[in-house]
Design a binder for this molecule. Structure first.
Ligand code: DX5
Ligand code: ZN
Length: 220
């Protein structure tokens, strides 16, 4: 199933609740929440209180992208705030296996994110435990950056790894995703597209619908 995950980092924070409701209404299946600590990535975004308050705006899946050093420290707090899925960066976890198991034991879905320059070999021993792999198609930390084309090859590689193991793991792509490159990403093997500026710039409801109509073409 193809899933759209609007990243609220691209939203207008003055009217965040209304914007989340708008993308929910338009049919987006996930809400992508970018948590940044100012250490793993240069910027600081938001944390548990904001996620908790948005929980009352929508029942959609809360997909929490932790751009945080040692994110395992926040699993319980994120669960309490309303996270359904926690995605951690391989580069930010000293004990990736422990962190993934911890998320699963908390009853949440677990994802591992790879920065553009990180190789797929870090997935070798944890892939079977994962619900999702996130291929970053920009260097994490900011919205509105340009898509890095070589990451398409990495999507293909991870999809192949999954298929060879008989896994139907979700593959998410995040950064510079637009209606123009969506088709290529789906063809490479991604099934969850994160979109920040391309959803929230202009009319979010219309933009979500545009993405979903592309998905329909591929699901035929
Ligand atoms: C970047 C974040 C992304 C970001 C995407 O570090 O992980 O989720 O919001 O924004 P766009 O879609 O504008 O590249
Ligand atoms: Zn993200």
């Amino acid at each position: 199933m193809l899933i759209l995950a609007p990243s609220i980092l691209g939203a207008d924070f003055k009217k965040l609740g209304a914007q989340v409701e708008a993308v929910d209404r338009a049919g987006a299946q996930y809400i992508h929440l970018d948590v940044m600590d100012g250490e793993f990535v240069p910027s600081i975004s938001f944390g548990m209180p904001l996620i908790q308050s948005l929980r009352s705006c929508t029942d959609k899946i809360f997909d929490v992208h932790m751009m945080v050093r040692e994110p395992g420290r926040y699993t319980e707090a994120m669960k309490e705030a309303g996270a359904d899925l926690i995605c951690v960066h391989a580069e930010a976890c000293t004990h990736l296996d422990r962190t993934v198991k911890h998320i699963k034991e908390a009853g949440l879905k677990a994802g591992v994110a790879l920065n553009p320059a990180t190789g797929t070999e870090v997935l070798e021993y944890v892939l079977d435990d994962l619900d999702m792999v996130l291929i970053m198609s920009v260097n994490p930390g900011f919205g509105g950056q340009k898509f890095i084309p070589y990451t398409i090859e990495k999507i293909r590689k991870v999809r192949k790894m999954c298929t060879e193991r008989g896994l139907t793991t979700d593959i998410q792509v995040d950064g510079g995703v637009t209606c123009e490159n969506a088709g290529q990403l789906i063809e490479a093997g991604a099934n969850i597209l994160v979109a920040g500026s391309s959803v929230f710039r202009g009319d979010p409801e219309k933009n979500v619908k545009d993405f979903l109509s592309i998905f329909e073409e591929y699901e035929k």
